[in-house]
Design a protein around this ligand. Sequence first.
Ligand SMILES: C[S@@+](CC[C@H](N)C(=O)[O-])C[C@H]1O[C@@H](n2cnc3c(N)ncnc32)[C@H](O)[C@@H]1O
Length: 402
Amino acid sequence: MNSEQFKKSIQEALVQKNITRGNEEKVAVFLNFLDEISSSMIEDFSMLTQMSLVFEGFYQSVSSDSNLKRTLLNIKIRRWHKHYGTPTVLFLLTYDKAISDIKLFFLSGSLDREISLLSILSTAKKTILDHNNHVYIDIDSASEIELPQEEETGKFTKTYNPSGGFTTTPCDPVSQKFLKYSEEIARTGGAILEIGAAFGATSLQALTKGATVYCNDIDAKNLAVVRRRYLHGIEESSLTGDDSSLVLVPGEFPDELLGLPKNFFDAILICRVMHFFTGAQIEKSLRSLSSFLKPGGRVFVVCETPFLKNWQKFIPEYERRLAEDIQWPGEINNPAEFESSGRAASLPKFVHWITKEVMERALNSTNFDIEHIDYIDRNGQFPEDLLFDGRESIGAIAIKPF
Ligand SMILES: C[S@@+](CC[C@H](N)C(=O)[O-])C[C@H]1O[C@@H](n2cnc3c(N)ncnc32)[C@H](O)[C@@H]1O
């Protein structure tokens, strides 16, 4: 795709009034930016790079669940079709500041403000051309991300995602089974996927077992840590951040990962991520995971339950909802009201605690065959102030039928 084709695909999609309704001014400014870039007389890959980062900033400023967002997402997936539909980690990190400036500009609501696109773009470094994806990137951008301390069992490490919670080691039995299974898969040259991998504690262990790992997180900086840890000081040489064994796919699962290959993975781990999703999103996510798996492939799921000590204020409400037969009784729109340790401040505005029955029902309704499902006793695995009655997490392994 060259810059003219990219611009044209955006213009054509955005002429439709039903897509831009309510965002007309924003869209007009965005399209003007693209025109400004295409009249700038620079060579085509520079134009495509600039258009791609302006696109990303604009895309990030548009509210989810709108027609405009869905339309832009389709364009984005096509734009990055050579990279599974997601921008590369090195692209996102190279232009981190420029993308966030453009996002803030569109979010600011003062679009009549004079803004110098050129000055924003000029803060973006460019060094080497990523020939596959037609963007200039700074090959050192990942090495500028600070390395966190190694995760420790029994402790939580804060991730780079401000509302993405904490990570720890793959100490639970379902993550352990995922690793064991990955080792078997590696012998036959299969591929695995981890969703919401944070700093890659599990993915990195799978790599040492010889598996080919596709590693996802919503936050490119988290994935930069995975990359840096994987390299262990070996000089960066990849133009995308990926190599033959480790593919980094930054994006918000499920919607932004639609470009991943179908019927392809032998195993997928999604550990402590689904509790950020509504019930409807959980079902959508499970269907999406099923589409990525080969028939016979396994999904490994770990989620938090309401049986965490710091969420005990929620239990009476949870029981009331159970009694009323509410379909997703663990959905919480006001976490701070129920959380007692102060951790709600580092959580999103919505969380969803899931019990065995609810997970079982979700897996059954999305046509998985459940191989294993049980509560996980987090004694020795989670900080002590979270421990309650040995049911702090729920873990499941399920098979996509042939
Ligand atoms: C609670 S942490 C768990 C990290 C790791 N899986 C673990 O078990 O320690 C959640 C991680 O998922 C990421 N995340 C949250 N929502 C996501 C989404 N919709 N798609 C991809 N990653 C997501 C966050 O950035 C964060 O790294």
